[in-house]
Each structure stands twice: as C-alpha cells, then as structure tokens.
Design a protein around this ligand. Sequence first.
Ligand code: FMN
Length: 310
Amino acid sequence: MKIFKNIVKKILPASMYNLIRMKPRLMIVSASLKRKISYINKAAWQQDPDYRGDNSGALRKYGHMVDKGLQTFEREPGHSIVIALRLHELINLNKNNCESVAWAKEILSLHRDLQEGSLDSNSYSEFPLINSKAIGSEQLLTFLKERRTLRHFHHSMAPSIEDIYKILETTVWAPSSCNRQTIVNFFTMNDALVAECTKQNKGATAISGKHAFISVCYDTRSYHLPQESLTGMIDATLGFQNALLMVHSLGLGACVLNWSHSDVQENLRLRSLLDIPEYCEIAFNVIVGIPNGGAPTPGKKNKVEYIIER
Ligand SMILES: Cc1cc2nc3c(=O)[nH]c(=O)nc-3n(C[C@H](O)[C@H](O)[C@H](O)COP(=O)(O)O)c2cc1C
C-alpha cells in the first residue's frame, strides 16, 4: 500500500495528490464553516501537508519521534533512520542556535551513538521520577476551585510586563502534540491598542478597568492537514490553561474571550492590529488585569454527568 502511495505521489502533481489524499466529499456547509475550512483546504491542497515552513515545530516533531524511539525498552539500531535523517535536515535549516536546536542535536547524537553501538543499555534510560509534591492534591484542588474568570479590573494600574512574561512562559510547559509547542501568544499593553483589540470580541461585555490583551494563537505549519486541523486548538488550549493558573497564582485576574463567533472583518482587524501572520490561527483571546473584586462561583454540573465509569 505504501509503495502504491509513493508511486502515485511521484506521478501526480502535488496539488492533485493532496486532493485525492483528503478523500474529498461533496457537502453543503454554512458560510462561517466554509471560511474556517478554506484555509485548511488551501494549505492541504497547495502545499506539503506535513511541512509548510515551520522549521521549529517540525524540528521538535521529528526530534520527538526519534526521542520516543530512544526511550523504548526494545530500542535497537536500525530504527527511525529516515526520521533521523529528516531531523538532521531540519537542524541544518534552523540557522539560529536556539534551545530547540540544542535539544534536537542532543537527541540526534544519541541516535547516532545507538547506530554505532556506543550507546549502552543504561544510557538515556531509567529516568528518575520527579515529583517533589510541592503542591498537595487538596491544596491544588482548592487553588483550582478558587480561580475565577474576572472581568472587572483596577482602573489605573495594570499588570507589570514581567508578570505578563511570567504568565506566558508557562504556555509551553503543557503537553503538546508531538512536542510541537505551536502556541504563539501575541499581546499588547498599550491602552489604545488594547481597547481596539478588545472591541473586536463579541463576548467582551461586562468588562471594566485596565487590562493587557493577549491573542492566543497556534502556528498551523507543522500540522498534518487536514487530519490535524483541530490539534492546534488543543495544543493552544492546554498551553493557556497553565497561563490562567499562573494568573491566579500572581493574584491577577483573566477572562477568556471566545473567537469562534468572529466574523471576517473582526478577524482581519485583529490580525492587522497585532500583526498576526496568516499561518497563525487565532484560538481565543484573553484579557488580564489587576482584580477589582471577585466573581461568584458558577454552578457546576453533577459528577455523574461528566465522570462515567464503563
Ligand atoms: C472558550 C471560552 C470562551 C469564553 N468566552 C467568553 C467571552 O467571550 N466572554 C466572557 O465574558 N467570558 C468568556 N469565557 C469565560 C466563561 O464564561 C467562564 O470560564 C465560565 O463562565 C466559568 O467561570 P469560571 O471561569 O469563573 O469558572 C469563555 C471561556 C472559555 C473557556
């Protein structure tokens, strides 16, 4: 099957091959859904569905695959050679010596040692379990339960830029698909720009006071399309939940703003205000400020509705 797939890929033009691969079906969809999928289709048809220029996301993805192979108990030379070659290419494409490249080089060098027989069975294995129990489960539950969505903020003071960085730095410490870490947070603390950005969100109601504005996006270029078109949403969301907890821990308040209701004009406007590139999809937006009071705890559904043992 794989051989057949590769032959077809060689014979057909890329756009034709990608179209067939998508197994297209005719269907009537709403205008808003059409807008959402048109970018996915455009990228999936016209470009390589696996790699569209995000060297950094792709580098971590291939590094992750090689890394997982090294971590298997049955590791032995001969596996993941093609993936390791691609990783080598991606390392060379990343001219800047960033942390991702340093990590990828280390993984590749371990893979090379394995091929050459110089990686003994004790190396890069039996990792110690790290759990300092710094936060007990009851403490954590209390912390999770007391976090609230806050919409009223201090009128003259805003969070410091250091706090915003501290909040956003947490967003790559969540699980991400293939360790791609595609989340990209575009933010502003400029009052006039914040006001204009917040205005684009239909859900930005019942809000008062000074706040920072963050557009939580994901770089779509390393997702295999169209199958992984929603994976970025998951990566961005898990990533930003860390940030929301850090907001609470710093004594600040935040409100997530829905972006699924945005129309064409709002989308274009926000993108141009924050200079968000086309390949970054906006997942949702968030405002962060210094709390001016709290908020009531919203009712929760019954455990039997969301915890179901089969
Ligand atoms: C995806 C998402 C979209 C949201 N959109 C909005 C919004 O547009 N406007 C708003 O005021 N709150 C919004 N919220 C906040 C929710 O209303 C809030 O999380 C919910 O009522 C529960 O309250 P809590 O966060 O205090 O537990 C959103 C939350 C999520 C997760």
